[in-house]
Design a protein around this ligand. Structure first.
Ligand SMILES: Cc1ncc(COP(=O)(O)O)c(C=O)c1O
Length: 473
């Protein structure tokens, strides 16, 4: 007899809800209050239909609001309210609806809308060549998928085939996608809940680099600066230790800069690269949100001068219009010719690949990586000044346009100021700014690469105003 949902996973899940690491929660009194003040009848009707039509899931359905337009760095909700979008799921590097991209997609649809099995096409090949040209080292053999999670799964298969091993080492708190393989190497409870059941075997996890909340208990100095040598060595040595003790690990898989955000201590990835080489494990970098310039370099791993064996990208690759992801491998990993590891329906789709090609051209020709580097450096300096003024800010960190302000109620105890973070989020919506909170108390800013200094100042003015108000309460 079936146990029914009461005794199976769902019952377990209800005993303890998973940690809402990915952002604001679907139900909270503040969200309800904001909706009551801001959602008109027309929006409410669509939200109701949405809620009835879609499976409910965390950070998705029910939705907060409706959207009717997205242009450049802005989104416009169903009531016509405009928001500077400092979240954008990291797809909007070139801004929403870039005219040149729309034109290229339209032209491509007219010329050739699809490439079925056995046929290749010009944009698919040109994109593969372009990705090889902009990627570090000798990464040059490519496979496409439609989503990041699928591309991660392909990378895991390649690592298994190359090494003849199946184990992986990845970070707790990381996110790599919603598929079974990707959820297994991910480290967020939200995607690994008990209701989902057993994940892949051999997916070992270690504590990530997170200097402000060092999992090994090391403290920052009086200026809030970590001892980077100690951080680097401790975290990298743990990976080496697990690789050695566990044995037979196929790959270490990680985001080179964590989306929380956390940047790695200098030299960390070099040590991990060496540990992987010594253990015969591959190094796979997930650059799905960070690739194509988010951190102020074309790839986050360029900051560390470390070349992985496999690089995965997605999100912004389709220019914020079409879904496409890619896996780039070293040539010697091209060993699975007799198998189909990622022959997806839209593998060599001329329209999605044209979109990706044009997106990269726009990023290069408009100097967007440099803009992220320059405006991001300015923003980080301003955030540091804000930290000097407001005790609510425990830490500021980031690189390029991957930025975070971590809020605490007590700087010594580092107690997460989750309530303040949520209050600031809704005040920002009121002022016309959208962003995401991570881990409940980190204001995570991921602006599009087109963001100007004026737009950055607007966003930081909004956040600073809200922090000042709360600080004076
Ligand atoms: C680091 C990272 N990896 C993988 C993914 C999964 O990408 P997708 O949602 O396209 O499957 C995401 C998406 O947020 C991500 O941030």
């Amino acid at each position: 007899m079936s146990e029914g949902p009461g005794k199976s996973g769902l019952g377990n899940m209800k005993q303890g809800k998973p940690h809402q690491s990915e952002g604001d929660v679907n139900f909270s009194p503040r969200r309800k209050a904001w909706a009551a003040d801001n959602i008109g009848d027309k929006q409410a009707a669509l939200l109701k239909r949405d809620e009835a039509a879609f499976m409910h899931q965390s950070v998705s359905t029910p939705c907060l609001n409706t959207i009717k337009a997205a242009e450049g760095a802005y989104i416009i909700d169903g009531a016509g309210k405009k928001y500077l979008d400092f979240h954008g799921n990291n797809v909007h590097h070139i801004g929403y609806g870039h005219p040149r991209l729309k034109e290229a997609i339209t032209r491509q649809m007219e010329e050739l809308p699809f490439a079925p099995r056995r046929f290749t096409c010009e944009p698919a090949v040109e994109l593969a060549e372009k990705l090889a040209a902009i990627s570090p080292g000798d990464l040059s053999k490519v496979l496409y998928a439609t989503g990041g999670s699928d591309a991660i799964e392909m990378a895991m298969k390649v690592a298994r085939a190359k090494t003849g091993r199946f184990k992986t080492v990845s970070f707790w708190d990381a996110f790599h996608g919603a598929g079974f393989g990707a959820s297994s190497i991910g480290g967020e409870q939200l995607f690994r809940g008990e209701a989902i059941g057993p994940l892949l075997p051999g997916t070992e996890h270690v504590a990530p680099f997170a200097c402000y909340r060092c999992p090994y208990g090391y403290e920052c100095d009086e200026h809030g600066q970590p001892n980077v040598d100690l951080c680097k060595t401790t975290c990298a040595n743990m990976i080496r230790y697990v690789l050695e003790k566990e044995g037979n690990v196929a790959a270490v898989i990680a985001e080179p800069a964590r989306a929380v955000p956390y940047t790695p201590p200098p030299g960390f990835w070099k040590m991990v690269r060496e540990a992987c080489n010594d253990a015969g494990a591959l190094l796979i970098f997930d650059e799905i949100p960070t690739g194509l310039g988010k951190t102020g370099r074309m790839f986050a791993c360029d900051h560390d001068d470390v070349v992985p064996d496999i690089l995965v990208m997605g999100k912004a690759l389709g220019g914020g219009i079409l879904p496409i992801s890619a896996m780039l491998c070293r040539p010697e990993l091209d060993i699975l010719g007799d198998y189909a590891i990622g022959h997806y329906t839209h593998e060599k789709n001329p329209v999605t690949t044209r979109a990706a090609l044009t997106t990269i051209e726009i990023i290069e020709e408009e100097g967007l990586v440099q803009n992220a580097e320059q405006v991001g450096t300015y923003a980080l300096a301003r955030m540091e000044e804000m930290k000097e003024k407001y005790p609510l800010i425990g830490d500021v960190r980031g690189r390029g346009f991957l930025l975070g302000l971590e809020l605490v109620t007590d700087r010594d105890a580092k107690t997460p100021a989750t309530d303040a973070a949520e209050e600031i989020l809704y005040r920002a919506f009121d002022a016309g700014l959208s962003f995401k909170t991570t881990m409940g108390n980190v204001l995570t800013l991921t602006p599009p690469l087109i963001t100007t200094r004026e737009q950055m100042d607007f966003a930081l003015d909004v956040i600073e105003g809200a922090i000042r108000d709360l600080n004076n309460k």
